[in-house]
Design a binder for this molecule. Structure first.
Ligand code: NAD
Length: 483
């Protein structure tokens, strides 16, 4: 790799080469080729970024919210003008299809749009005469330097769950992209450079675990947002809160999809197949376990297997491709390991992705369906994060709830039914905090809260929507008497 393929950091309004001793290869997962190298930046570089953000904070804090919002309007325009370029970059470094990448960039833009509403969202409240001639005013103020640590599966979108909200609230910001997919954020920061933000308001430090830990520990950082696996989310939550920070940490998932006997399978099954196989199963909202109730079992299973076998798998940049590769050779080995374990544990393979003819290069996994999976099996219990579906037939909705309630993750869940009663009961009782009714992927839009429950989420305030304005501000009360 030429030196030019080594990605720089963005600190204090400048692109700065990293002093990292080590770099990680970034792959195009559809070809297996190395396309860039991520520096594993040092603690000193994290400290420089935090200092730049801290130096920019006093003036940015004083900048009127309406002017901060104008920078976000400019950012939105830049993103709109580069949707196609960004989508191609997402597909090139992550592997998902171009249509999926376009959708993810649109979702990122929606976050910026919601952040543009900051002048309304940041208003406080008050009451005159709380006692004779004494008034009370509540105002929202930014908290300081905020950081975010991102996962690999949505290179453009997930960091923008945080950056626009943090910045528009008057905070300054340090981002650590996933070391596996740093290119989309590199380009997004180039676009941000043109949006009128003063130097130091946004900073980017590439790296892995060490950079994430340094962000959790740094005394100059007031809040940390994290998205990734449950094990790391728990660590980051503990580490960041131990250091006195506000932390929201979104973890992994094992999402259950219930199909009632009264479901309209013609409508439901394409949505369900998309939930399991969209983005090659690398979505935190992806269906993972299908729980068909009673008589729904045989037909739902057979249709899912037929859908899996009919998917066109290939390079996501090519037209007609419906499913791309998984992100890395290591992740492919992990997913295929689950397929081996499923067979060894006695689940019944009804669509064997290993038998599919797949492109010779790249990190492809054939879409797979297991039937007769039990919650005790590793494929029924652990997050696979690949195109492997587990079908676990249940007698009734109560049995479905028993299985879901016993699982430590509770990110998203969906029911397919034509019964309003079953749908209402489902939405009411589900522990997961993103619930779909006849929806395959229950992804809240940017103006609603996003985040799971139990081991899928550590913290109080969720991501984007009104919660973001809560997370990125503090409330202050002024009590005044003018004699
Ligand atoms: P990951 O946990 O391996 O890594 C996430 C981030 O944490 C990366 O930036 C990585 O550099 C950093 N990191 C890794 N080890 C660390 C450590 N010990 N201490 C501090 N930081 C560390 O996750 P991933 O493989 O990149 O992403 C996939 C996971 O993310 C899946 O489990 C998926 O469900 C989850 N995810 C959850 C949501 C959600 O909304 N809940 C959204 C997207 C992805």
């Amino acid at each position: 790799m030429p030196e030019s393929a080594h990605l720089p950091n963005y600190i204090g309004g400048r692109w700065v080469p990293s002093a990292a001793a080590e770099h990680l290869d970034v792959y195009n997962p559809a070809t297996g080729q190395v396309i860039a190298r991520t520096p594993l930046s040092t603690g000193t570089e994290v400290d420089c970024a935090v200092q730049a953000a801290a130096a920019a904070f006093p003036a940015w804090r004083e900048t009127p919210p309406v002017i901060r919002a104008r920078a976000m309007f400019a950012f939105k325009q830049q993103l709109e003008a580069h949707v196609e370029e960004l989508a191609r970059l997402v597909t090139t470094e992550h592997g998902k299809t171009l249509d999926e990448s376009r959708g993810s960039v649109r979702r990122a833009i929606e976050c910026v749009e919601v952040a543009c509403g900051a002048p309304s969202m940041l208003t406080g409240y008050g009451l005159e005469n709380i006692a004779a001639n004494i008034d009370c005013t509540v105002m929202r103020q930014p908290i300081g330097v905020c950081a975010a640590i991102a996962p690999f599966n949505f290179p453009a979108m997930v960091p923008l769950w945080f950056l626009p909200f943090a910045v528009v609230c008057g905070n300054t910001f340090v981002l650590k992209p996933s070391e596996q997919v740093p290119l989309s954020q590199h380009r997004i920061f180039e676009l941000l450079e043109t949006c009128g933000l003063p130097p130091g308001v946004v900073n980017l430090v590439n790296g892995g675990k060490d950079v994430a830990e340094a962000l959790c520990d740094h005394p100059g950082i007031r809040a940390v947002s994290f998205v990734g696996s449950t094990a790391v989310a728990r660590l980051v939550y503990r580490r960041g809160t131990h250091a006195g920070k506000r932390v929201q940490a979104l973890g992994g998932a094992k999402n259950f999809i219930i199909v009632m006997p009264d479901a309209d399978l013609d409508r439901a099954m394409p949505l369900i197949a998309e939930s399991f196989y969209g983005c090659a199963g690398e979505r935190c909202l992806a269906g993972s376990v299908l729980l068909p109730v009673g008589a729904a079992h045989a037909e739902a299973r057979d249709r899912l297997a037929a859908a899996a076998e009919s998917l066109t798998v290939g390079n996501g940049l090519e037209p007609g491709v419906q499913m791309g590769p998984v992100v890395s050779a290591r992740h492919r080995a992990r997913v295929l390991g689950y397929v081996e374990r499923g067979v060894a544990e006695g689940a019944r393979l009804v669509a064997d992705g290993r038998a599919r003819k797949l492109p010779a290069e790249g990190f492809f996994v054939g879409p797979t369906v297991f039937d007769q999976v039990s919650p005790a099996m590793s494929i029924g219990r652990e997050e696979i994060f690949g195109p492997v579906a587990s079908v676990c037939p249940v007698a009734d909705l109560d049995e479905a709830f028993r299985i879901m309630d016993a699982h430590p993750n509770a990110n998203a869940t969906s029911i397919f039914t034509s019964s309003g009663k079953a749908a209402r009961e489902f939405a009411h009782r589900a522990t997961a905090s993103m619930v779909g009714v006849n929806i395959g992927v229950a992804a809240p839009m940017a103006y609603f809260p996003f985040g799971g429950a139990r081991d899928s989420f550590f913290g109080d305030l969720k991501v984007h929507g009104r919660d973001a304005f809560e997370f990125y501000t503090d409330k202050k009360v002024a009590i005044s008497r003018w004699l």
